[in-house]
Design a protein around this ligand. Structure first.
Ligand SMILES: [Fe+2]
Ligand SMILES: [Fe+2]
Length: 178
C-alpha cells in the first residue's frame, strides 16, 4: 500500500514539474499551454484528491487511533489535503476563465500557481520524509492487511499512469513522454 502511494508521489512530482514549466513560461512571457494546465489540475483533482488522499487518510486515521500519541501530525496531513483541494479548485477556475478569453491579471495566476506547487511539494516531502518512515516502522503486517481490506476503491486503474491512457489525458501523457 505504501509503495503504491510512493509510486503515485513520483507521478505527482512529474506533474508538478510540468506545472513549473508552465509557471516559467508565464513569467518569461513565452507561450503558455493553458489546456495542459487545466488537464493536469483536473487529473490531480480526479486521482489525487479523490483516491490518493483518501487512501492516505484511511492509513493516518488507523495510525492515529492505534499507534500514535501525537495527533498533530495527522491533523496537519488532513488539513493539508483540504488545502490542496481548495487551492486546486481556485486555480482551475482561473485557468477555465482564461480559456474562455476572460482577462485575468497574470500575476494573480502566477501567485496562485506557485503557491499550489509549493503546497503540493511540501506536503509530499513531509509524507515521504517523516510520515511514511514512521508508518513503515510502526505498522505491522497485520495492520497493513487490515488496511488493504478496508480500502474499497482499489480496482480503479489510473487514467494517466495506468495500463491505458484515457483520451482526456493524452496531452499530458505526450508531454511527459509516456
Ligand atoms: Fe497526502
Ligand atoms: Fe501523498
Amino acid at each position: 500500500m505504501l509503495s503504491e502511494l510512493h509510486r503515485e508521489h513520483i507521478n505527482i512530482a512529474k506533474l508538478l514539474d510540468l506545472l513549473r514549466q508552465q509557471l516559467f513560461a508565464i513569467r518569461s512571457e513565452k507561450e503558455v499551454r493553458y489546456r495542459l494546465l487545466r488537464d493536469i489540475l483536473s487529473y490531480l483533482s480526479e486521482v489525487s484528491d479523490q483516491c490518493h488522499h483518501p487512501q492516505e487518510d484511511l492509513i493516518y486515521d488507523y495510525y492515529l487511533k492505534y499507534r500514535c500519541q501525537d495527533d498533530q501530525i495527522t491533523d496537519r496531513l488532513k488539513h493539508e489535503h483540504e488545502l490542496v483541494v481548495v487551492a486546486g479548485k481556485e486555480l482551475t477556475e482561473l485557468v477555465e476563465m482564461i480559456l474562455m478569453d476572460a482577462v485575468i491579471p497574470l500575476d494573480q495566476l502566477t501567485a496562485k500557481l506557485e503557491s499550489f506547487i509549493v503546497l503540493q511539494q511540501r506536503h509530499m516531502d513531509f509524507e515521504e520524509g517523516e510520515v511514511f518512515p514512521e508508518l513503515r516502522a510502526k505498522l505491522t503486517e497485520d495492520d497493513w492487511r487490515h488496511l488493504e481490506q478496508n480500502w474499497r476503491y482499489k480496482t480503479a486503474d489510473d487514467p494517466l499512469f495506468g495500463r491505458e491512457v484515457a483520451e482526456r489525458y493524452r496531452d499530458i501523457s505526450g508531454s511527459l513522454g509516456l
